[in-house]
Design a protein around this ligand. Structure first.
Ligand code: ADP
Ligand code: MG
Length: 265
């Protein structure tokens, strides 16, 4: 398995377990995401999409099951390893942008690098380059309040990229945008996948976004119900292993049905 394969095994997240107000946000999720894939989790509000994304980002601990990145289970990571993973391994983009309103655009973008031991000029140049790439270099000295929603989200994407993480996790990133800005932002995410080879995990309730993904996981009531493959970027051995396990499930099912048949006879 490559260093940046994400493996989610039998993952359940249950709030207030055993109490009257127990909520099963996520139940028995089981999937693998391979480097360079663009994966979408799709489903209605409340079906557990954000919970799943935060679990992959190590911001949410499993109640049952496990999330691992490469060979390393997140639950086995030390605090220091977890911080490093959150800061360097994943870039997050949210519906509400979460920019710091008292800091200018360039400082917002550079924020995840402030604590690195490096020359300030190196950091600012990296930030400027990203703003240039996304067509908003002219906004570098402005404050978030002076930007449009689409510009804010491009700033947030630049911030997510400033440490050059392998994964971009986007939680309803165009939920607050007009349709033109939404297309721009979705176009940027697609380009980050195709050109920069970033693994993208997008969460959405909008069926119009599904065309961007390579693999779509359909969710409902905390469960991943089915997987739709549009472009198979998984390594061949993973595809084969999956087919074999499906075959063995099928064989097991046949054996069981035969048994029940004989028993009933
Ligand atoms: P989605 O992102 O698909 O809208 P979420 O992952 O945010 O869904 O939430 C899934 C379910 O878990 C919802 O029923 C939600 O109300 C519940 N939930 C989320 N966070 C908490 C929490 N901290 N405490 C209790 N219930 C929660
Ligand atoms: Mg959500």
């Amino acid at each position: 398995m490559s260093d940046s394969t994400i493996r989610v095994q039998n993952l359940s997240v249950i709030y207030n377990q055993g109490k009257q107000n127990e909520v099963r946000s996520l139940q028995e999720a089981d999937f693998t995401i391979y480097p360079g894939e663009y994966v979408i989790f799709f489903g209605p509000s409340g079906c557990g999409k954000s919970t799943l994304l935060y679990s992959v980002a190590s911001l949410q601990s499993p109640t049952i099951g496990d999330v691992s990145v490469g060979e390393k289970s997140i639950s086995m990571m030390t605090k220091k390893e977890k911080y490093a993973y959150r800061r360097m391994g994943v870039g997050m983009v949210f519906q509400a942008f979460y920019l710091i309103s008292s800091m200018n655009v360039l400082d917002n973008v550079c924020l995840p690098r402030v604590f690195l031991n490096e020359d300030k000029r190196v950091r600012r140049e990296a930030g400027r380059q990203l703003l240039r790439r996304f067509g908003i270099e002219g906004q570098a000295d402005k404050y978030p309040g002076q930007l449009s929603g689409g510009q804010k989200q491009r700033v947030a994407i630049a911030r997510a990229l400033v440490n050059n993480p392998e994964f971009i996790l986007a939680d309803e990133p165009v939920g607050n945008l007009d349709s033109e800005s939404a297309q721009t932002v979705l176009g940027i995410l697609k380009e980050l996948n195709e050109r920069d080879k970033k693994t993208i995990i997008l969460v959405t309730h909008d069926p119009n976004h599904l065309a961007y993904g390579d693999r779509i996981f359909h969710m409902k009531d905390g469960r991943v119900l089915r997987e739709e493959i549009r472009k198979d970027k998984r390594p061949p051995e993973a595809v084969r292993a999956n087919e074999e396990s499906e075959e063995s499930d099928h064989t097991q099912y046949m054996v069981l049905s035969l048994k029940s048949l004989f028993i009933s006879i």
